[in-house]
Design a protein around this ligand. Structure first.
Ligand SMILES: *[C@@H]1O[C@H](CO)[C@@H](O)[C@H](O)[C@H]1NC(C)=O
Ligand SMILES: *[C@@H]1O[C@H](CO)[C@@H](O)[C@H](O)[C@H]1NC(C)=O
Ligand SMILES: *[C@@H]1O[C@H](CO)[C@@H](O)[C@H](O)[C@H]1NC(C)=O
Ligand SMILES: *[C@@H]1O[C@H](CO)[C@@H](O)[C@H](O)[C@H]1NC(C)=O
Ligand SMILES: *[C@@H]1O[C@H](CO)[C@@H](O)[C@H](O)[C@H]1NC(C)=O
Ligand SMILES: *[C@@H]1O[C@H](CO)[C@@H](O)[C@H](O)[C@H]1NC(C)=O
Ligand SMILES: *[C@@H]1O[C@H](CO)[C@@H](O)[C@H](O)[C@H]1NC(C)=O
Ligand SMILES: *[C@@H]1O[C@H](CO)[C@@H](O)[C@H](O)[C@H]1NC(C)=O
Length: 882
């Protein structure tokens, strides 16, 4: 039987929870308008004579526009089209919604209660810092002084003692604002104010990773604790954010003079042209590094880059699991021959532990017994009613273990783990009052004492009133390896994503005081702020803030790791689409004197193969260095399984078929101090691979110098044609009833009785009407998906009005909200109330939906470059207007 370590089990569970993903939803009637030239947003809104309101003025140095809300959502598309046609308007985009990124909350602390552990003293030993060399900066007194980092998130609990305790000048959190207000949910009107206090938790955890002060009892340290933070709060206490708010927050953070902007927010995309991503790219071009979490959709497999991380020049941060698992437990004490010690436990069900003080009794002294306490106890067993029975976890169920103990009179059972950390056990067996779990190490300590003949007494407390006890265990299952949940690139246009990796799995940091003050969380959201802190440290040491210089040096010095899955390592490096350049090594990056002119190379696909590329190696050191270039391949990842057109889920289908790279100049070459050398890389895609399955190959150019230097430059490419990939799923396009949560296809010719035109949102029609829902799936991303409403019968009036579309079929046009741009792969559903994109309503009649999805790198003007599918015919009728 395979038993999973706690960390792995948690990640596996989470992967399932995160599998439900989709292209972000939009806010009905809300649009982002980008101006060609600056203009008064109020004037634009007023030109709609009360039909539109200003959601957010978006007039900034780097973006001129507004987001507007049409009150009359039923005619919004028509009005949006009018706006788009205005000469002073460059583009109009629907407002998209993004949720607070999913993150696992493993355990939380408790601010008001005593903490039974010591704060960190002396040198920095915080494990995420040891993994990334950040500890060396603190030990050398470099702490990000003078650098401003803007955090775009759920706000920050700046009153937290470890986060400065105040907001404003001279505080750690010194600038920023709340762009939305507590009640904002992504769809309603934001009510901004000047107080970015966090009521969610996510942003406070992120802030602690950057800048937590040492005055906390858990040994938490920010990577750059002397920076000043800007808190741009873009979420209410619950709900989503719109990309108009994100665009505003980024521009405000930029204009406030932030040196670095970090955001642990995103949604599936795969397209760098997405408007929010495009704004972030502009800010990077203006000289401000922007790090964005890569996303937590690793389970979905390759080609699932998240926006805005997938923007050009945006630094996407992948997650690596912490080497140490910290767990915040309930604190209690025990005595061995009257010597008292503290310990931690996780109470289970039942959990009536209040005031229980009883000696321990162990089933056996074997701390490796895989099936401890699974069999009924022997007749010689004493009465256990006055004992706490100690049993090792494993093999049989908790209920069986507890049942065997209860059979001998036990009322209390303390389990000890057979893996890292603890779990909450449920064993509501008749007769038992309390079950709990302690760590494996604690269990072993007790067993050894019992074996030596000592008396061990546990002095338990009510878990609801217990103080907190922090325990650490070595994460032998996944520590230092890529987190299973970290999202995979590249973009559909074969841009390298992610760029870098940082510890994000099992991270202990600050949390809002009201939610426990400290917590252990997992997600790329937790990795990104560490990278932001590292940028600050590098700015201190290198004296430059240039995003390109800093990304290049972080990429060159990062450490790629091997691929790991389910606690097993493969003898091959993890693909660049999973880990980018690898785990940040900040001290090496701060002190590197050999600089590369790039952070990665993309050889593109076979149609756009760009096999010969240059980069330069600059020797900024004080003496000549001789360099040697070699090639190290990473695992090639097949996008598709044999016969499938949908990318394979994690862990994917990996092969050790490498590309071959040659270099010019070949062999070794010497670069004098202060000089640089152009190197030409020539790539040959891996041979013998199945091009139809779109193999994504990747690896590293290794650059070793005689000064002991070891740098690497990641690359990737696709050994197949992206354009040949079918983008519309094999299931075609089916039609279901909008009320049918199972999406069961309906037969042809079903009649849908719709609310009267304009009454779609009127609840009083809900029980008498049914809308059709188009159900389809994008096997791969598509930059443009259009849906046509095609009249199916010459008898309908619509037939006369229909004209031939670019695909040669008669169409009365597209329904409201179509076409859809920059679509991620995955399910695509569309519910229709009869309204067309031009604001009119389709006449009653028989229709079908015709879906066309543009192939990757396809020409939008050519019908042949779309995949198409049609639904069955369906009839629509409208109820009469009241
Ligand atoms: C603490 O760090 C400094 C600077 O790296 C080092 O010299 C010193 O030996 C370290 N002390 C301990 C106890 O590790
Ligand atoms: C505790 O007392 C018992 C019985 O006197 C003895 O065997 C044992 O070694 C003692 N344990 C310790 C840790 O001193
Ligand atoms: C973790 O492993 C290291 C070395 O392998 C060891 O020194 C340390 O005691 C272990 N820590 C825990 C909490 O098990
Ligand atoms: C790959 O080629 C296409 C077509 O020329 C281009 O649009 C795309 O930007 C290229 N990708 C990269 C990473 O250069
Ligand atoms: C690469 O550099 C070489 C030598 O400097 C130059 O001749 C060549 O044109 C460059 N190629 C590219 C693709 O930039
Ligand atoms: C380059 O350096 C790395 C790290 O020290 C080492 O593993 C690798 O073998 C070196 N490569 C060559 C060609 O010397
Ligand atoms: C749908 O109706 C058409 C005539 O309008 C008919 O030809 C066709 O057989 C019908 N299909 C089904 C499945 O009933
Ligand atoms: C539908 O709901 C309305 C109230 O919203 C009610 O008056 C009406 O009787 C219901 N009709 C049916 C058919 O259930």
């Amino acid at each position: 039987m395979v038993r999973l370590n706690l960390a792995t089990a948690l990640l596996a569970v989470t992967a399932v929870a995160w599998a439900v993903t989709n292209t972000p939803s939009t806010v009905p009637g809300a649009y982002i308008v980008e101006y060609e030239e600056d203009q008064d947003s109020n004037e634009l809104v007023n030109s709609f004579e009360g039909k539109a309101s200003l959601r957010k003025d978006l007039r900034f140095k780097l973006f001129k526009g507004a987001s507007i809300q049409f009150e009359d959502t039923k005619n919004a598309d028509t009005m949006a089209a009018e706006v788009a046609a205005m000469p002073k308007v460059k583009a109009v985009y629907p407002v998209r919604r993004y949720p607070v990124p999913h993150h696992i909350v493993h355990s939380t602390g408790d601010a008001v209660q005593e903490v039974l552990s010591k704060r960190q003293e002396g040198n920095d030993t915080f494990s995420p810092h040891l993994m990334t060399q950040v500890n060396k900066f603190r030990d050398a007194g470099i702490t990000g002084k003078g650098i401003k980092i803007a955090v775009i998130d759920t706000g920050i609990d700046y009153l937290h003692p470890a986060l400065g305790g105040c907001f404003g000048d001279a505080c750690l959190v010194s600038y920023g604002m709340d762009l939305v207000g507590d009640d904002f949910n992504g769809g309603n009107t934001p009510t901004p104010d000047h107080d970015p206090l966090d009521c969610n938790g996510h942003g406070t955890h992120v802030a602690g990773t950057i800048a937590a002060q040492a005055n906390n009892p858990y040994g938490i340290l920010g990577a750059a604790s002397d920076v000043t933070l800007g808190a741009y709060r873009v979420f209410g206490c619950t709900g989503d954010v719109g990309n108009d708010i994100l665009i505003a927050a980024y521009n405000m953070a930029y204009e406030a003079g932030s040196d670095i902007i970090t955001a642990s927010i995103g949604g599936p995309s795969g397209w760098s042209e997405d408007p929010w991503a495009a704004v972030v790219s502009r800010i990077v071009e203006e000289g401000v590094p922007c790090v964005v979490s890569a996303g937590n959709d690793g389970d979905v497999g390759i080609f699932y880059a998240s926006t805005a991380a997938n923007g050009r020049k945006v630094t996407a941060i992948a997650s690596v699991d912490n080497t140490i698992t910290a767990t915040l437990l309930s604190g209690a004490s025990y005595t061995i021959n009257d010597t008292e010690e503290a310990f931690g436990f996780t109470s289970g069900e039942p959990g009536s532990w209040d005031g229980v003080s009883l000696p321990l009794w162990a089933v056996s002294f074997d701390t490796t017994d895989p099936a401890n306490g699974c069999d009924p106890y022997p007749d010689s067993t004493p009465d256990l009613s006055g004992k706490i029975v100690l049993i090792r976890r494993g093999t049989c169920t908790f209920v069986q273990k507890v049942t065997n103990a209860v059979a001998k009179g036990a009322k209390y059972v303390m389990l000890y783990n057979n893996a890292g950390g603890t779990v909450a056990v449920s064993a509501p067996v008749e007769g038992v009052s309390g079950v709990a779990m302690a760590t494996a190490a604690q269990g072993e300590t007790w067993i050894r004492a019992l074996e030596a003949g000592s008396e061990v007494v546990l002095n338990m407390v009510d878990p609801a009133k217990a103080g907190k006890f922090i325990t650490y265990s070595n994460n032998t299952a996944s520590g230092g390896f890529l987190s299973a949940y970290t999202s995979w690139g590249p973009t559909f246009e074969v841009e390298v994503k992610p760029q870098l990796a940082a510890p994000g799995g099992l991270i202990l940091s600050t949390y809002p005081r009201a939610l426990g003050a400290y917590a252990v969380l997992s997600g790329t959201s937790m990795a990104c702020p560490l990278a932001a802190g590292v940028y600050a440290l590098l700015m201190n040491v290198r004296g430059t803030k240039d995003p390109k210089t800093l990304e290049n040096v972080l990429s060159a010095t990062a450490h790629p790791n091997v691929f790991r899955y389910g606690g097993q390592s493969l003898p091959v490096l993890a693909p660049v689409p999973q880990q980018g350049a690898g785990l940040i090594q900040a001290w090496d990056a701060a002190h590197a004197t050999t600089l590369l002119s790039l952070s990665s190379l993309s050889f593109n696909d076979t149609d756009n193969f760009n096999p010969v590329q240059n980069f330069s190696i600059s020797n900024t050191g004080k003496s000549a260095v001789t360099y040697r270039l070699t090639h190290v391949g990473a695992a090639t990842a097949y996008t598709f399984r044999e016969g499938s057109i949908t990318p394979t889920e994690f862990p994917g289908d990996l092969t050790p078929d490498f590309a071959s790279l040659s270099f010019s100049p070949p062999g070794e070459f010497t670069v004098e101090a202060g000089h640089r050398k152009i190197v030409t890389v020539r790539a040959t895609a891996p041979e013998g691979v199945d091009a139809k399955r779109l193999p994504v190959y990747s690896g590293y150019v290794a650059i070793n110098g005689t000064d002991g230097l070891a740098l690497s430059l990641p690359y990737l490419g696709v050994a197949g044609s992206m354009r040949s990939a079918v983008v519309l799923g094999a299931g075609g396009a089916t039609l279901s009833r909008a009320s049918d949560g199972a999406y069961s296809p309906v037969p042809a010719n079903v009649t849908f009785v719709l609310p009267p035109p304009g009454f779609a949102d009127d609840a009083s029609y809900r029980n008498r009407t049914e809308r059709p829902r188009l159900v389809t799936e994008l096997a791969m991303g598509s930059a443009l998906v259009r849906v046509d409403v095609v009249p199916a019968s010459r008898c309908t009036t619509a037939w006369k009005e229909a004209s031939e579309n670019m695909f040669g079929s008669k169409s009365i046009g597209m329904p409201e909200g179509m076409p859809s741009f920059w679509n991620a792969r995955g399910p695509l559903q569309y519910t229709w109330d009869g309204k067309m994109a031009d604001g009119t309503y389709a006449p009653a009649g028989l229709y079908r939906f015709s879906v066309r999805a543009l192939r990757i790198f396809g020409d939008a003007a050519k019908a042949g470059e779309y995949d198409g599918a049609e639904t069955v015919n369906f009839r629509i009728k409208y109820l009469p207007a009241p």
